[in-house]
Design a protein around this ligand. Structure first.
Ligand SMILES: [Mn+2]
Length: 183
C-alpha cells in the first residue's frame, strides 16, 4: 500500500484548519478532519480529533466517530472522514463534507452523514468494500472542488497525485487537504 498526502494552508493563516493522521497497526486507519472555519480554533478541533483517532484506532469506525464527538465537545468541531484498510477489505465512514473519491475496479462511492463532530451525532453508516490491487482512493476536504476526478491518475505516484489535486482543484478561500491511497 502507498499513501501520499498534501496540505495547503489558507493564505494569511499561520496554521492549517485541516489535519490528518495515518495510524498503522494490524490495519491502517486514516483520518482527515476539517475544523469548522479556519485558523487556530479550527486547527485545534481538527488536531484534537486526529489525536483521538490515533489513540482509539483499535475501535470500529462508528465507535470512533461517536467517541470523537464527545472528546471534541466544546471545540468548534470538524468534518471528519475515516478510511480503514485491511488485508482485502476497506471501510469508510464520515460526518460532514470530507469526501472520498475512488478509482476502483468494482464501483465504490460511499457518502458521509450530515453533521459536525463535536455536536450530538445520529448513527453513522460504515461502508465496506472488497478492493482490488491498485485501486486508488482519495480523501479530501471541502477546500478542494468536488468536481475533480481521479481519471488519468492511474499510473502516477500517490504523492504526486495528492499535490496535483490540491494545486489544480484547491479553492482560494479555504485550507485544502488531500490524502491518496493506492492499495
Ligand atoms: Mn474546509
Amino acid at each position: 500500500m502507498e499513501i501520499g498526502a498534501f496540505q495547503r494552508t489558507l493564505r494569511g493563516e499561520d496554521v492549517c484548519g485541516d489535519a490528518y493522521a495515518v495510524v498503522s497497526k494490524q490495519e491502517t486507519t486514516i483520518v482527515v478532519a476539517d475544523g469548522l472555519g479556519h485558523g487556530p480554533e479550527a486547527a485545534a478541533a481538527a488536531q484534537l480529533i486526529c489525536r483521538y483517532v490515533e489513540e482509539h484506532a483499535d475501535e470500529s469506525l462508528d465507535t470512533i466517530l461517536q467517541g470523537a464527538t464527545l472528546a471534541a465537545k466544546g471545540t468548534r468541531g470538524a468534518a471528519v472522514a475515516l478510511l480503514r484498510i485491511g488485508a482485502r477489505r476497506l471501510s469508510f465512514s464520515a460526518v460532514g463534507n470530507v469526501e472520498l473519491r475512488t478509482l476502483t475496479r468494482r464501483p465504490f462511492s460511499p457518502v458521509g452523514a450530515p453533521g459536525i463532530v463535536a455536536r450530538p451525532l445520529r448513527r453513522v453508516r460504515v461502508f465496506e468494500h472488497l478492493f482490488d490491487s491498485q485501486d486508488l482512493f482519495a480523501l479530501f476536504t471541502d477546500g478542494i472542488s468536488t468536481s475533480f476526478s481521479l481519471d488519468g491518475y492511474e499510473s502516477q505516484p500517490v504523492q504526486r497525485i495528492a499535490e496535483s489535486v490540491v494545486s489544480s482543484h484547491g479553492k482560494a478561500h479555504d485550507d485544502a487537504t488531500c490524502v491518496v491511497v493506492r492499495v
